[in-house]
Design a protein around this ligand. Structure first.
Ligand code: GLY
Length: 350
């Protein structure tokens, strides 16, 4: 039996209202939890080959116990699969399996699975419901919440996508206990971002012991507040892009072999250095944040020149005309947007 008392619930009130449930053992009860919010005939479970091996039989068992009929689509893990080709294959799979508008997609896995399956859900039959079951730290604290869905183009990351909110997010903390260190650290890159944005996350991760349950709760709750005020990223939501413009340049330069969270940490370090140089932050704040980044992701080494990163960051979708909005820190919990001409990005940061 699932003890609902031990589950934390965060309700996101965006264009669609939905709950993010955080707890232990939710994967085993996904069927009954989904039944509370949707009653489809059929569920298309979408996951990558690694998650398929680890969790899909457990989730399918639970879904079938709750009387759902399940079809499964599995693709090769990694950012390289997040493209229009896999997207088209999933659409065909759904059509071949005759999924209708009253059916449901379940995205089981990390950020790649959630972004891809969410984008499929937003466009198949002009939109069907989907549920996120994130199994990585990065997906639990960030990508599964807020409705950003996308695939990459050769020209850049997340260039095709939609804002499309899920109907439910199930964060099973136990999935985090067995993550490979590299994948866990990748999520911690995004945690470092939240630590600069939010004092509560900063003090949690600066302490000696970091409770994962609390960490996921605080990050999701911070994101909830932002998404509720600015779902479609007109202004405030841009804060969540702290470190991301450079991160996307780094990911692109590496041919997507540098993981997203690590790239965010590297981007964040460059941004912190510029903020210090421009006296937006003092040395003590800089040292505190660098200490947190170090604690979160360990030592990370930047293998590209800032100039190359800036050049590769200029196909980023956060660009408007010849300008982009860079998020700069002025203190813990105080980050502000700065508009910069694309051609001046390197000069501004260097
Ligand atoms: N990952 C940034 C956002 O969801 O806005």
């Amino acid at each position: 039996m699932l003890d609902m008392e031990k589950i934390k619930k965060i309700t996101v009130k965006a264009s669609g209202e939905y709950d993010v449930l955080i707890g232990e053992g939710l994967l085993d009860f996904s069927g009954e939890l989904i039944k509370n919010v949707a009653s489809p005939n059929k569920i298309a479970l979408i996951c990558d080959d690694v998650v398929d091996y680890l969790y899909s039989s457990k989730v399918i068992r639970s879904l079938e116990r709750a009387n759902f009929s399940v079809v499964k689509f599995v693709f090769k893990n990694g950012e390289k699969s997040k493209n229009l080709n896999t997207y088209a294959q999933i659409l065909s799979f759904l059509a071949q399996n005759k999924l209708t508008r009253s059916d449901l997609i379940v995205a089981l896995g990390g950020g790649v699975v959630g972004d891809l399956a969410g984008f499929v859900a937003s466009t198949y039959l002009r939109g069907i419901k989907y549920i996120q079951i994130p199994t990585t730290l990065l997906a639990q604290i960030d990508s599964s919440v807020g409705g950003k869905t996308a695939v990459d183009l050769d020209e850049g990351k997340n260039l095709v996508g939609a804002f499309y909110q899920p109907s439910l997010v199930l964060c099973d903390i136990t999935a985090l206990y067995t993550l490979p260190q590299k994948v866990f650290n990748d999520g911690m890159g995004e945690v470092a971002k939240y630590a600069v944005l939010d004092e509560k996350v900063y003090s949690l991760v600066s302490g000696d012991v970091c409770d994962l349950f609390k960490l996921v709760y605080l990050c999701v709750d911070y994101k909830r507040k932002i998404v509720e005020k600015d779902e479609f990223e007109g202004g405030l939501r841009k804060l969540l892009n702290l470190g991301h413009t450079l991160a996307h340049g780094i990911e692109k330069l590496s041919g997507y072999t540098v993981a997203h969270g690590k790239a965010v940490a590297l981007g964040l370090i460059q941004i912190m250095k510029s903020a210090l140089k421009r006296n937006f932050i003092d040395q003590q704040t800089f040292d505190g944040i660098m200490n947190v980044i170090n604690k979160c992701v360990g030592e990370v080494v930047l293998e590209y020149s800032l100039e190359d990163i800036c050049t590769n960051a200029t196909t980023d979708k956060k660009i408007n005309g010849d300008e982009l909005t860079l998020i700069m820190p002025y203190g813990i919990g105080d980050c502000r947007p700065v508009k910069i001409k694309i051609d001046d990005l390197w000069g501004y940061l260097a």
